[in-house]
Design a protein around this ligand. Structure first.
Ligand code: HEM
Length: 195
């Protein structure tokens, strides 16, 4: 579940966001069409537009919306006393939507992660889809490469869309997944475009 469902949820949400935002889909496709037939590690690392899209997708739809912790000693947070041993929930889903840290938080705006804006630096834990501290996700880099590999293959061969007013009915039985299987309109790219 840690490695598979999280990455599946991420890829699904990226397909959803790129299906709504055709400009970003096209922008990512342009970089992907430059790749060789079997993308190398260096080529995948060069997909900077997909990096921005992945970060923004993980902000809006963190696959792990809540983390569980236990206080190891008496502590005080924002005037609230938390005794040793108390279970505490940390909510990336909440911090990812806080207007204190993000401009227009509900907007899909991958540019917010570009140098010069770096809204994720507004607070050390403003962006925390991979958790933080000693238990921060071990597969973070691998998940990034895996997701870009799947998305780049899709972008090189297909274009897709979802209606702008479509909001997937999310099921949270394990991690957040669209309960209706996320229907998209998928079309093969013309041979002239795929090269
Ligand atoms: C986008 C995909 C992924 C997301 C969003 C994600 C998210 C997370 C989060 C939030 C944690 C911390 C849990 C906590 O602190 O309570 C975590 C831990 C972990 N993840 Fe991931 N993960 C992803 C992909 C992967 C992959 C692909 C692997 C393995 C190949 C992996 C392996 C692990 C491991 C081993 C831990 C536990 C680390 C520890 O406790 O020291 N994850 N992940």
């Amino acid at each position: 579940m840690a490695a598979h469902d999280t990455t599946t949820s991420t890829v699904t949400s990226m397909v959803y966001e790129l299906g709504r935002d055709r400009e970003w889909q096209e922008r990512c496709r342009r970089q992907c069409l430059e790749l060789g037939p079997s993308p190398t590690l260096a080529e995948l690392e060069g997909l900077t537009d997909l990096d921005l899209v992945m970060k923004e997708t993980l902000r809006l739809h963190p696959p792990v919306p809540v983390l569980a912790r236990r206080a190891v000693k008496d502590t005080e947070v924002l005037g609230v006393m938390i005794p040793k041993g108390r279970l505490v929930s940390v909510m990336p889903l909440l911090s990812h939507h806080m207007p204190e840290y993000w401009t227009d938080p509900e907007l899909f705006d991958p540019e917010r992660f570009t140098e010069g804006r770096r809204e994720d630096k507004s607070h050390r834990y403003a962006w925390e889809p991979f958790g933080g501290g000693v238990h921060k996700c071990l597969g973070m880099i691998f998940a990034n490469l895996e997701s870009k590999l799947v998305l780049s293959a899709l972008l090189r061969h297909f274009e897709w869309s979802v209606p702008l007013d479509y909001v997937p009915p999310m099921k949270n039985d394990s991690l957040p997944f669209p309960g209706d299987g996320l229907p998209v309109s998928l079309r093969p790219l013309t041979p002239a475009r795929t090269g």
